[in-house]
Design a protein around this ligand. Structure first.
Ligand code: ADP
Ligand code: ADP
Length: 219
């Protein structure tokens, strides 16, 4: 089977992480979330983590060179040979160009770009109610997808937390940055014939089914 390099597009709060966590099991592909890798570095207090924090706290993007170098390192590992599910990367045209060049080094290319479309005001509601498991990273929403017991993960019983960069001010900035710097990628991938538009304002299950279909069709 040909390797599948899937790029999940959508604004902050569109549901990329929620869907990627399910899809990686079904598709047997590793999920590469640049946000998760930065947060892991932050937790371990690495130099990369310290650098990334200054941008993340403001809702700004970490510089392209830093982000691309990190992705290059990650996709060179053997578990990426059959493909990858990218979540939150690329976020700029320069990153998308770099991803194309990186994959070309392996004789590969982006397979499909499902774009989870959600209106700006809904993005803000999604981010405002997001709670994440401290252990497994599973995402909940206080209204739209609550855990069975408040503050506790259904899957492993660990404590839920709200991300440090999920303050209202940072959320608004992340959404603005998305429209200014990341949304141009929608046309970029549409022109390459890779974009698959998905209505992201359906239930989590309905979005999941639509994503699976788009990815299967592109294979
Ligand atoms: P969200 O789930 O709200 O979209 P992420 O977890 O994807 O947020 O990203 C959190 C922060 O990490 C971003 O605001 C940005 O500072 C940084 N970040 C993540 N991915 C990238 C990327 N591809 N390029 C630059 N910065 C990134
Ligand atoms: P992203 O990774 O794109 O930033 P997340 O997967 O973290 O987005 O989802 C943001 C929030 O929205 C989470 O609280 C999640 O539970 C919730 N959410 C995700 N998909 C949906 C959906 N289809 N309907 C309602 N809420 C959703």
């Amino acid at each position: 089977m040909d390797p599948k390099f899937v790029v999940l597009m959508g604004g902050p709060g569109a549901g990329k992480g929620t869907q990627a966590k399910r899809l990686q099991v079904e598709l047997q592909l590793p999920q590469i979330s640049t946000g998760d890798i930065f947060r892991e570095n932050l937790k371990n207090e690495t130099e990369l983590g310290k650098l990334a924090k200054t941008y993340m706290d403001k809702g700004e993007l970490v510089p392209d060179e830093v982000t691309v170098a990190m992705v290059r390192d990650r996709i060179s590992r053997p578990d990426c040979a059959n493909g990858v599910l990218f979540d939150g990367f690329p976020r700029t045209i320069a990153q998308a160009d770099a991803l194309g060049a990186l994959l070309a080094e392996f004789g590969a290319q982006v397979t499909v770009v499902p774009y989870i479309h959600v209106a700006g005001d809904v993005l803000l509601q999604r981010l405002a109610g997001r709670w994440t498991c401290t252990q497994c990273g599973h995402m909940y929403h206080i209204l739209f997808n609550p855990p069975q017991t408040p503050g506790v993960c259904d899957l492993d019983g660990a404590r839920l937390y709200q991300r440090e960069d999920d303050t209202e001010e940072t959320q608004r900035r992340r959404i603005d940055v998305y429209f200014a710097q990341t949304a141009p990628l929608i046309d970029y991938y549409r022109q390459k014939g890779l974009l698959a538009e998905i209505d992201g304002e359906q239930s989590i299950d309905a979005v999941y089914e639509a994503l699976k279909q788009a990815i299967d069709q592109a294979a």
